[in-house]
Write a protein that binds this ligand. Structure first.
Ligand code: OGA
Ligand code: NI
Length: 361
């Protein structure tokens, strides 16, 4: 075992002191800090911030879902296939979720994070057996630099979920939002199945839509945004993510080795392919790296809806789908359970090597 250096021990002490406040990054900002604490400072070579979008008008695809049950469906399937193969990311508009509900969801996140500390602190925990966890940086103790972000993490399905477990500040809206997003998710899994040339029910039938987690992120304004990140670059350890972001930019996707802004579009939702869908599609669809810059203005709010059964015990095994492999296109990944995959991901944190690499054949 490596012996921890004095520097490591100092950092651990600072990390623990920050964690013990149970008020996250927002607590630091509320206290009026003007310099960010050392535990958030990233190595300088991580901090290349200019995006391709600053230089060109390259944009992630926007897909209009109007007419998905009509003749336009084939066109939509084509657009989803192309976006999933090349970008791993797209935005959807006319997705059927009222814009007013999206706005209410963002307000609910603000209500939770902006309530008095004492009310919020009772949810602050790293106990992964809990279904509702508020914390700052799930990987605080693994990462080399902490992110400028606090999160409320809710494990809402497949295990029975009692709404009473949710904080009152966002209880009703979280339930209502989840109902709508699971419906949209079901449609997207049908379209993704068709885009892979499979039966429309294929991905639903293998339970890709069975479980979901709701992650409400709060990115406070940052006094020194050039020294840290809102979220370190990573890929998502799920099948699919549907992300709601407010009007503040910061989200970027790695495309052809350049960071491209995912510009906020009012009323749109961002959809991205997760690692597990890349694995079962045998690399046909790409789980692409993305990150969030820290920002002088804020808070920036986002809500990530992860389709995954997470650590729910299941013996269901996922590997490259047989119909998508052949002699010329051999399976590229080992079989795994969702639990084993996400346990591996969470043991590494965002600074770790991509989890998919570990499952490559
Ligand atoms: C995530 C994520 C992006 C954002 O939760 O995995 O990438 O905009 N979020 O918060
Ligand atoms: Ni992500």
């Amino acid at each position: 075992m490596a012996i921890a250096s004095a520097g490591d021990l100092d950092r651990l002490k600072d990390v623990k002191a920050f964690d013990d406040t149970k008020t996250g990054v927002k607590g630091l900002v509320d206290a009026g800090i003007v310099k960010i604490p050392n535990i958030f400072i990233r190595p300088p070579d991580d901090m290349i911030k200019t995006s391709a979008t600053d230089l060109t008008d390259i944009k992630i695809p926007i897909i209009d879902m109007e007419g998905v049950e009509s003749d336009r469906r084939l066109e939509i399937v084509d657009e989803i296939r192309s976006a999933s193969e090349t970008w791993g990311f797209f935005q959807v508009v006319n997705h059927g979720i009222p814009v007013s509900l999206l706005e209410e969801m963002i307000k609910g996140v603000c209500r939770f994070f902006e309530q008095p500390d004492e009310a919020k602190m009772e949810y602050y925990t790293r106990d992964s057996k809990r279904k509702v966890l508020y914390s700052s940086n799930f990987d605080l103790y693994q990462s080399t630099a902490a992110n400028w972000r606090d999160t409320l993490f809710c494990v809402m399905a497949p295990a029975p979920f009692d709404p009473e477990e949710l904080p009152i500040a966002c209880r009703e809206i979280n339930m209502e939002y989840s109902k709508h997003v699971t419906r949209l998710g079901t449609t997207l899994f049908e379209l993704l199945s068709e885009a892979l040339g499979l039966d429309p029910n294929y991905l639903k039938d293998i339970e890709c839509a069975k479980g979901y987690n709701l992650l409400s992120h709060y990115y406070p304004p940052c006094p020194e945004p050039d020294l840290t990140l809102g979220t370190t670059d990573h890929t998502d350890p799920d099948f699919l993510t549907i992300l709601l972001q407010d009007h503040i930019s910061g989200l970027q996707v790695l495309h052809r080795n350049q960071w491209v802004d995912v510009s906020p579009v009012h009323g749109a939702l961002v959809v991205n392919i997760g690692d597990l869908l890349q694995l079962i599609s045998n690399d046909k669809f790409k789980s692409v790296k993305h990150r969030v810059l820290a920002n002088r203005v804020g808070p920036r709010i986002s809500v990530a809806f992860f389709f995954t059964t997470y650590v729910h015990p299941s013996t269901r095994v996922y590997g490259p789908i047989k119909e998508l492999t052949s002699d010329e296109d051999a399976p590229k990944y080992k079989e795994t359970t969702v639990t084993d995959f996400v346990t591996y991901f969470y043991s590494r944190g965002l600074d770790g090597k991509p989890a998919l690499d570990h499952f490559k054949l």
